[in-house]
Design a protein around this ligand. Sequence first.
Ligand code: ATP
Ligand code: MG
Length: 233
Amino acid sequence: MLKIHDLYAGYGKSEVLQGVSLEVPEGKIVTLIGANGAGKTTTLKALCGQLKCRGSISFQGQETNGLAPHDIVDLGITMIPEGRQLFPFLSVKDNLLMGAYRKKARPVVAERLEEVLELFPRVRERLDQFAGSLSGGEQQMVAIARGMMACPKLLLFDEPSLGLSPLLVEQMFDVVRRVTEQGITVLLVEQNVFHTLRLADYGYVLENGSIVLSGTGEELLGNPHVRRAYLGH
Ligand SMILES: Nc1ncnc2c1ncn2[C@@H]1O[C@H](COP(=O)(O)OP(=O)(O)OP(=O)(O)O)[C@@H](O)[C@H]1O
Ligand SMILES: [Mg+2]
């Protein structure tokens, strides 16, 4: 579904991504893991058109490198950014409605809201509250729900478990799994390597802007380098 080939991107003179190639097959959960500063968020930004890059990004056979961010959203790629980035002084409901700006999502917004709320009962209970008044975990769920409002084909997650308590981390991974049951493909960036590799069909390890290893979640969990560098044993 998504194929990145030999991607270079950076900020000013500093080149962060140095020839990243990876694939995300339709219907799968693929994860990108790596240390702080490895270039994970940079990769996602490049995919969303938020950052100029060299190389090829093809989505369902169409080259997307060079397209504007809103055109990429219209093709069906939605990012759930790190740190949630909700509008704190809008209600939860209005935050969700803002997620439906993709052309394809607009005509079905009421039905879509119902479908999404089925998945997030806690969010339904809080529809009229200011988004900024929710707990961190609840806000993360709203951010995911907002991403789903766009009826995406591919959801990009940037560290959804950041700052959540262990119980909420479990719930969040469960939500990611249920997202894929709705036919949405997932590219998941996470520091919570153990949970992520258990969930993912396939994973890539990014170090200093290059992919150094890849394999099924199970293979990477058993890999000595991954165990030493990311799992602490
Ligand atoms: N807007 C920016 N301007 C300049 N340099 C940046 C900018 N954003 C990121 N960088 C640099 O690019 C490198 C990769 O950053 P990136 O955010 O992609 O890392 P990451 O893998 O997502 O890390 P983390 O796990 O900490 O989120 C870092 O060295 C960072 O300092
Ligand atoms: Mg990051």
